[in-house]
Design a protein around this ligand. Structure first.
Ligand code: PSV
Ligand code: MN
Length: 397
C-alpha cells in the first residue's frame, strides 16, 4: 500500500500506451455498487453444526449495523439484501428510517420457500394447491415489503425439487411453477423486477425444478420483461463455463443479477474470488466487454455468503476487494487488440491479452479510488483498529 502513488503513475503510463485511461478505470471502480446480505452477518453454519461467533448480529437491526460498517469502510456497499422471514419486523417504516440513519438502504428482498414443513413436496410446485397458494402469498407479502422499503428486486430462489425418480410428474411440476409465477409476476410493482435464481441440486437430490440457467431463462421469457435471471456462482456443476452463461444472458437481455461467492466442490459459499479468481475475472470480462460493445446493463451485484468460521464483517470486506480486483482487471483488458487478434485467429496473442490484464497488480487503482471515496486504504485493518469488533462482542451477548 505504501508508495502506491508511484505504482499508480507507472501503471498510468503503461495503460496509457495502450490507449486505456486509468482515470476512467478508477471512476468505474468508484461507481461499482455491491450489495451485502443480511444473512452474512448473523450466525449460520452447515447442516452439521453452527459455530457461534461472539458479536454476530442477532437480529435485522444488528445486521444492518454491520452492513453499514461495511459501507462506511468501502464506500461501495450502500444496500443490504433482506431475507424474509429471517429479517421480519412489525414496523417496516421504522426499519427503513433506521437503515437510512446508518447511511445504507434495503436492497433485494429474498422470500424464503425452504423452511416450512408444508414445503416437504415443494412450494410453488407442490401438488397441493393450498400449499402453492401459501407460497404465492408469501412472495406477495415480500413484494409488499419491497414496496414499503423502496426495494426494486425480489430475488427468488425456488428450492423445489424431488428426491426420488417417480416421486412426481415432472411436466406437471413445470406447469404448476409457471402458473404460480404468473400470479407473482402480475403483482410486481411498476419498477420491480423478479430475479429468478437457479441451482442444480440441494435441498433436493433427484431433480430441482429450476435447476439451471436454461430453465430460469425460459421462465423469465414466459413471464415478461420484469423477470430476469440471477446467477449465483455456487449453483453450477463443477466445470460449468459460467462466463458463457453470463454472455448468453447479457445477449438475451435477461441478466438481472449475481450472487457472488466461490466454490471448490458445490454450493460452498466460500469467499468470492478465493478459489478461482480467473473465473471471476472472465465473468467480469464479459460484463465489461458488453459495455464496451455499447450494451446497457442493469445488473444487481450481490454477495451471497454466510461464513461461520471467518469474522463476518472482515470476510465481507475481503469479498468486496476481490470483486473490485476482478472488475479492475477486466477494465484494463486491451479490447482493441483482443478484437484484432480474434479476427486474425491469433489465439495465443488473444489469450495473452487476457492473462496480461489478469496478472496486473491493480491495487494502486483501488487505493486511489478508495482515497477519492474518502474510505480507508486498508478497510480490514481499519475495522480492526476501530474498536467496532470489541464493541459488538461486548454488547451482543
Ligand atoms: C440458496 O443456496 C441461496 O443461494 C439462495 O440465494 C438463498 O436465498 C440463499 O442461498 C441463502 O440461503
Ligand atoms: Mn444465492
Amino acid at each position: 500500500m505504501k508508495n502506491y502513488e508511484k505504482r499508480y503513475e507507472l501503471l498510468k503510463e503503461s495503460l496509457g500506451e495502450r490507449g486505456i485511461s486509468i482515470d476512467e478505470v478508477k471512476e468505474k471502480l468508484k461507481s461499482l455498487r455491491i450489495e451485502t446480505p443480511s444473512w452474512g452477518y448473523g450466525d449460520s453454519g452447515t447442516r452439521f453444526y453452527v459455530f457461534k461467533q461472539k458479536g454476530a448480529a442477532r437480529d435485522v437491526w444488528e445486521k444492518i449495523q454491520d452492513a453499514a460498517q461495511v459501507h462506511k469502510l468501502t464506500g461501495v456497499c450502500p444496500t443490504v439484501a433482506l431475507h424474509i422471514p429471517w429479517d421480519y419486523t412489525e414496523n417496516w417504516e421504522e426499519l427503513l428510517e433506521y437503515t437510512k440513519s446508518l447511511g445504507v438502504k434495503p436492497g433485494a428482498i429474498n422470500p424464503n420457500l425452504f423452511q416450512d414443513d408444508d414445503y416437504k413436496l415443494g412450494s410453488l410446485c407442490n401438488p397441493d394447491k393450498r400449499i402453492r397458494e401459501k407460497a404465492i402469498a408469501h412472495i406477495l407479502e415480500c413484494i409488499d415489503i419491497a414496496s414499503k422499503l423502496g426495494s426494486r428486486d425480489i430475488s427468488l430462489w425456488i428450492s423445489d425439487g424431488t428426491n426420488h425418480p417417480g416421486q412426481d410428474d415432472i411436466k406437471e411440476r413445470k406447469h404448476r411453477l409457471e402458473e404460480s409465477l404468473m400470479e407473482v409476476y402480475k403483482n410486481l410493482g411498476n419498477n420491480m423486477r423478479l430475479l429468478i435464481e437457479y441451482k442444480f441440486f440441494e435441498p433436493a437430490f433427484y431433480l430441482t425444478d429450476v435447476g439451471d440457467w436454461g430453465m430460469a431463462y425460459l421462465l423469465s421469457t414466459k413471464l415478461g420483461p420484469k423477470a430476469m435471471v440471477l446467477v449465483d456462482l455456487g449453483h453450477h456443476p463443477l466445470g460449468t463455463n459460467i462466463e458463457q452463461i453470463v454472455a448468453y444472458l447479457i445477449d438475451e437481455k435477461r441478466l438481472g443479477g449475481f450472487h457472488f461467492n466461490n466454490k471448490k466442490y458445490a454450493d460452498d459459499d466460500l469467499t468470492v474470488g478465493s478459489i478461482n479468481p480467473y473465473e471471476l475475472f472472465l465473468i467480469y470480462n464479459e460484463l465489461v466487454a458488453a459495455e464496451y460493445d455499447g450494451i446497457k446493463l442493469d445488473v444487481a451485484y450481490m454477495i451471497d455468503q454466510s461464513h461461520n468460521i471467518k469474522q463476518k464483517i472482515e470476510e465481507m470486506l475481503q469479498s468486496v476487494e476481490n470483486i473490485q480486483k476482478a472488475y479492475a482487471k477486466a477494465l484494463i483488458v486491451d479490447r482493441k487488440f483482443l478484437k484484432k487478434y480474434q479476427l486474425e485467429g491469433d489465439i495465443v496473442s488473444a489469450e495473452k491479452i487476457l492473462t496480461d490484464a489478469f496478472e496486473t497488480d491493480v491495487m494502486p487503482i483501488i487505493y486511489k479510488a478508495r482515497e477519492e471515496l474518502g474510505v480507508p486504504l486498508d478497510p480490514i485493518s481499519s475495522l480492526r483498529d476501530s474498536g467496532y469488533l470489541e464493541k459488538i462482542r461486548k454488547e451482543r451477548v
